[in-house]
Design a protein around this ligand. Structure first.
Ligand SMILES: Nc1ncnc2c1ncn2[C@@H]1O[C@H](COP(=O)(O)OP(=O)(O)OP(=O)(O)O)[C@@H](O)[C@H]1O
Ligand SMILES: [Mg+2]
Length: 256
């Protein structure tokens, strides 16, 4: 059985999708059979996962509605060991509440993830911001959770809330392991950013924060704009290397 890793944060725009896509690609580059699953109705994974040209935009929501089979929604990428499941046509809908209800009420998400874990070494799940019904259901079906936290002053206010939320979820799902907080978009020399990182490290137990940080890097956002994970498009970049090192560390943990 492979591991299911959910990338989760109460706050939006902190680097969840960037982390999911780059970790998925970094795991696949190590030869691990990997699947990135997007359950966020914003559907950002499709823009940065390195999908082949002309791919379908069907995905999990279409499977949920019974309109597509699992086989139809598992898409190949430029990497032989990396597959992607987009969230699908729900991204075109202005209102995502029916999609959220279908996930909350049914068991197709846990069943789909369990099937995926039987066939893959690692399933990385990109979730919407917040701890709403979709994210809670994804967490209930996952083995591990990683929480990106952007190095900016607002993080000082939101961290206690994030830790309480994760604590709450882990208490309800004892089989879920909290892998840690991942500091993202770190800018050395930026005083506010350095203060934030320092605050997190002094207020959060060390085993709950990765010592490795993801630097802010134009290569990451440029790669996304070019439709590719940075670890593939700019492997020498510091942020790419940080994601590769993180994947190595997680893969070692998961195999223990
Ligand atoms: N290390 C980085 N360096 C530079 N830009 C980054 C980095 N990580 C993320 N970004 C940029 O920050 C923005 C938000 O990132 P991303 O979409 O991954 O966040 P998110 O948490 O998934 O957002 P949402 O909550 O909306 O799903 C994007 O424009 C992305 O390109
Ligand atoms: Mg996202």
């Amino acid at each position: 059985m492979g591991k299911i890793l959910a990338v989760v944060s109460q706050k939006g725009g902190v680097g969840k999708t960037t982390t999911a896509v780059n970790l998925g690609a970094a795991f696949a580059r190590r030869g691990l059979k990997s699947l990135i699953v997007d359950v966020d109705p914003q559907g950002s994974v499709r823009y940065g996962a390195g999908l082949r040209k002309g791919h379908t935009s069907y995905g999990f929501a279409d499977y949920l509605r019974g309109e597509r089979s699992l086989r139809d929604v598992i898409l190949p990428t430029a990497l032989p060991w990396l597959r992607v499941m987009l969230v699908g046509s729900v991204t075109d809908d202005a209102d995502h509440s029916r999609y959220a209800e279908q996930i909350a009420e049914g068991d197709l998400l846990p069943r789909m993830l369990a099937t995926a874990a039987e066939r893959c070494d690692i399933v990385v799940v990109d979730t919407p911001p917040g701890l709403g019904a979709i994210t809670r259901r994804a967490l209930a079906s996952s083995d591990r959770v990683l929480v990106p936290l952007q190095c900016e002053p607002l993080a000082l206010q939101t961290t206690p809330q994030i830790l309480r939320g994760i604590q709450d979820v882990v208490t309800h799902h004892p089989s879920l392991t909290f892998d840690g907080i991942l500091l993202t978009m770190f800018e050395a020399g930026n005083a506010a950013c350095e203060r934030t990182a320092e605050y997190i490290r002094t207020h959060v137990p060390p085993n709950l924060v990765f010592d490795l940080v993801i630097p802010r890097s134009a290569a990451v956002s440029d790669a996304f704009a070019a439709g590719q994970p940075a670890v593939l498009r700019a492997p020498a970049d510091a942020a790419s290397q940080a994601y590769v090192n993180l994947a190595t560390r997680l893969a070692e943990r998961f195999s223990r």
